[in-house]
Design a protein around this ligand. Structure first.
Ligand code: ARG
Length: 464
């Protein structure tokens, strides 16, 4: 058992006669959460040791012993041999340094020269955020590719488009799926901006004010692949904006996923019947044998709430804390990890649903064809015959009222019945309100017509 585990002071040594133990130690510790930062902690420490030796602050031999000792500690962690105990080590930084010193002796004690856990944790968290943002961006891109592929495969499928969840105008399913493609393309921009925000080095800020040692901050930044050095030491140790940015980007990803999932839940209901979820993405009921539930879509929708909570949690933690480091900042990791983990995993789950769901094209077309969704086009027809749009709207409005009263669809009306409302209706009106031509006429840029959709596909392909 290490010396301080018996109640003696930990790494900060001399000043204390007693250290927090048991529940108090566990309360103060972040080890269980921040242990996943270990690869970044080791990378940061190796770069720091190399720089210290290059500047003559420690010897080349000590730096070499530190680097190989850190590699050995890394192997212990990776193999599962390392024992994490929050009553022994408060956080991953102390755990690694303790083990290093146990392995290599006094040279291990030289690693922390010109450094504080304040710049160390800021560094590790930034390296994590950069990597996590890359992983998140990869998943966003993969979902975009799946949406594009599915849209291209369903080029001919028509379904009702809705506003207020009331049938509005028919649209191509591909057009509907591409709406999500563009949402996620904006997520990609946000995730990349968050990655950029994390991409700067706080190392060398030390506790808050910089250090008296002749360090080279650019050298460690470059070794760690960070694009710049944060110009103010107080800001370097207390900035968590990049974590907020990444949680915010994750939150908007979840907002978009929750909208898509809500539609998949609706569409897979018996009443809609537009899609059938693949069995692997559904669950049954322990009591009702007939049930097939879209659990995963619901779960993604539900997890959205927790990710929003992560954003609010960190915003609130950061509110009003004075410069520079405060222990409050230790609370940054749980929301950050949870938000990116949840968003990354949710993207993959939804990608699976989009790729495997069965599209019930007949059901969709039937829903798009029946009812009154060609009403706008009927008005446009009259406009084509010279009637002002407001007048045409009124004529079709009373025609719709008749349909509603008689429980008819627009295409149930005969030419003679139509002509009761306007003499301008002629035989060609019957094919005019046919659902395929209703869609095909919406050729304006960004519209649902097949040719406008092809232009979207071209843009989307360019983007991917
Ligand atoms: N575990 C701490 C954190 O995550 C590391 C920094 C501790 N610094 C300190 N001055 N107590 O914030």
């Amino acid at each position: 058992m290490p010396e301080h585990a018996k109640g003696a002071a930990p790494l900060w040594g001399g000043r204390f006669s007693e250290a927090p133990t048991g529940d108090l130690a566990r309360f103060g510790a972040s080890l269980e959460v921040d242990k996943r930062l270990w690869p970044h902690d080791i990378a940061g420490s190796k770069a720091h040791a190399t720089m210290l030796a290059a500047k003559g602050i420690i010897s080349a031999e000590d730096a070499e012993a530190i680097r190989s000792g850190l590699d050995a500690v890394g192997e212990e962690i990776a193999s599962g041999a390392f024992v994490f105990d929050p009553t022994v080590d408060e956080d991953i930084h102390m755990a690694i340094e303790r083990r290093l010193t146990e392995r290599i002796g006094p040279a291990g004690g030289r690693l922390h020269t010109a450094r504080s856990r304040n710049d160390q944790v800021a560094l590790d968290t930034r390296l994590f955020a950069k990597e996590a943002a890359s992983g998140l961006a990869r998943e966003v891109r993969a979902l975009m590719a799946a949406l594009l592929e599915r849209a291209k495969a369903e080029r001919d499928v028509i379904l009702p488009g809705y506003t207020h969840l009331q049938p509005a105008q028919p649209v191509l399913l591909a057009h509907h799926l591409m709406a999500y493609f563009w949402m996620f393309s904006r997520d990609l921009t946000r995730v990349e901006a968050a990655r950029h925000a994390a991409d700067a080095s706080p190392l060398g800020a030390a506790a808050l004010a910089g250090t008296t040692y002749p360090i080279d901050r650019q050298m460690t930044a470059s070794a760690l692949g960070l694009s710049s050095v944060i110009p103010n030491s107080l800001d370097a140790v207390s900035d968590r904006d990049y974590a907020l940015d990444l949680i915010y980007a994750s939150s908007v990803v979840m907002a978009h996923l929750s909208r898509l999932c809500e539609e998949l839940v609706l569409w897979s209901s018996a009443e809609f019947g537009f899609v059938t979820m693949d069995d692997a993405h559904s669950t049954g009921s322990s009591i009702m044998p007939q049930k097939k539930n879209p659990d995963f879509a619901e779960l993604v929708r539900g997890k959205t709430g927790r990710v929003y909570g992560d954003l609010m949690a960190l915003l609130t933690t950061l509110k009003g804390i004075p410069l520079a480091y405060d222990k409050d900042l230790q609370e940054d990791k749980e929301p950050l990890f949870d938000a990116v983990d949840t968003a990354t995993a949710s993207l993959a789950v939804v990608r699976g649903m989009v790729a495997t769901m069965a599209v019930n094209a007949d059901r969709m077309a039937k829903a798009a064809g029946e009812g009154l969704m060609a009403a706008t086009d009927l008005a446009d027809y009259l406009v084509g015959k010279g009637l002002p749009f407001r007048e045409a709207h009124r004529v079709v409005g009373s025609l719709v009222a008749r349909c509603v009263a008689e429980g008819k669809a627009l295409d149930d009306l005969t030419l003679a019945e139509l002509r009761e409302f306007s003499e301008l209706f002629e035989a060609d009106v019957l094919s005019w309100v046919e659902i395929g031509s209703v869609v095909a006429r919406r050729r304006s840029a960004g519209g649902t017509a097949p040719e406008a959709l092809e232009a979207q596909f071209a843009l989307a392909e360019q983007l991917l």
